[in-house]
Design a protein around this ligand. Structure first.
Ligand code: ATP
Ligand code: MG
Length: 335
């Protein structure tokens, strides 16, 4: 344990690469599933605009930023002015409207941390959650989607990491492990730090997109079609990147001192962020800065028990990728 290996010493890298790409292809949703998601969104837009003509619906989360697996639920955000004070009332009303239109399993969870209405559409078979006025989530979804357009290896790496996290039970925020959103930020930051870099730091460039939401300025370079060659000087394959990702989190990340920051394209020190001691439930045992809400550590859900689980899983993955003759079986073995 804890033997640090700097190089990948396998003679079957090409085969491993092909296996990862095959898994990636299997996980991608089919075009017809994406069409059904659109169909459901159109129905919801129709129902919402009848009651609230000025309201808008936005897709956010993985269904809107290309990190969704086949058969995922959709996340929808209802945006309307002056509804912040009576969110519960609006959501209850919305639930009534959905029920009247024969949507199934409709539930308004008005007391949740993020209040939502849940639903299932019997026509398309798709389930979804609708939240309210959560524009920061809509904008961070766009940022992730813009990064996807720059280099295909981001989507491939994130799919393998998410698939690993779901298989190993470390994608459960209510159990103290990390959200899919956190894992994608880890992948982006990792690719920003490869040499040569595979991804740029969009928030470090002259901004072409700017929106202020709840006093948070969200500004970055979003003309990503101009950056589609950005990573081409780096020829690392997906197998090498998966190996290096897990080695970084198993052996090289400085958990005691560092914060990973997609906004900066590098790591920052905990001291600079004043994230050195526990305040309330924020223990900062693994630190992942939100790209826009800078005081928000996506590792805040991790506690002294789950940090051990996480780090052991990173080490397990790193060792399998280094030594196991059949890594794809072991890596995704159900826990
Ligand atoms: P999955 O496919 O596993 O559902 P997902 O991309 O939908 O993955 P979630 O972690 O469920 O990821 O998050 C959905 C969206 O909600 C994210 O894309 C992000 O916009 C927003 N989000 C989630 N967690 C946070 C958070 N802690 N802070 C800010 N935004 C968040
Ligand atoms: Mg989701």
């Amino acid at each position: 344990r804890n033997v640090k290996r700097q190089t990948m010493c396998r003679n079957d890298i090409n085969m491993l690469n092909a296996e990862f790409l095959a898994i990636y292809d299997l996980l991608i949703p089919l075009d017809e599933e994406k069409a059904k998601q659109k169909q459901l969104l159109t129905l919801l837009e129709k129902l919402v605009s009848k009651e609230w003509p000025d309201a808008q619906l936005h897709l956010y989360g993985s269904c809107a930023n290309s990190f969704d697996f086949s058969k995922s639920d959709i996340d929808v955000c209802l945006v309307m002015e002056a509804a912040n004070s009576d969110k519960s009332e609006v959501l209850l009303k919305l639930a009534g409207i959905l029920q009247a239109d024969n949507l199934q399993n409709v539930q308004a969870l008005t007391r949740a941390r993020v209040p939502i209405v849940k639903l299932m559409d019997p026509v398309t078979g798709i389930s979804g959650d609708i939240c309210m006025n959560n524009m920061l989530a809509v904008v961070n979804t766009k940022l992730l989607q813009d990064y996807v357009h720059i280099d295909v290896r981001l989507r491939q790496l994130a799919f393998i990491v998410k698939h690993w996290a779901k298989s190993r039970g470390v994608n459960e925020t209510y159990q103290g492990t990390l959200s899919s959103y956190a894992y994608v930020l880890m992948c982006i930051n990792f690719l920003q730090q490869r040499r040569p870099a595979i991804l740029p730091c969009l928030q470090g460039m002259d901004f072409t997109y700017c929106l202020t939401i709840d006093n948070v300025e969200c500004a970055y370079f979003d003309q990503v079609e101009k950056l589609c060659d950005f990573g081409s000087r780096n020829r690392e394959s997906i197998a090498q990147l998966v190996w290096a990702f897990f080695h970084y989190w198993a052996y090289f990340h400085d958990y005691a001192n560092d914060v990973i920051s997609v906004r900066s394209g590098c790591t920052l020190s905990k001291r600079a962020k004043d994230w050195t001691k526990r305040i309330g439930n924020d223990r900062h045992l693994i630190c992942i800065e939100d790209p826009f809400e800078l005081s928000h550590d996506l590792g805040r859900v991790v506690d002294k028990y789950s940090i051990r689980v996480l780090r052991e899983e990173f080490e397990r993955a790193a060792e399998i990728l280094q030594y196991d003759p059949n890594p794809c079986v072991k890596l995704f073995e159900p826990y």
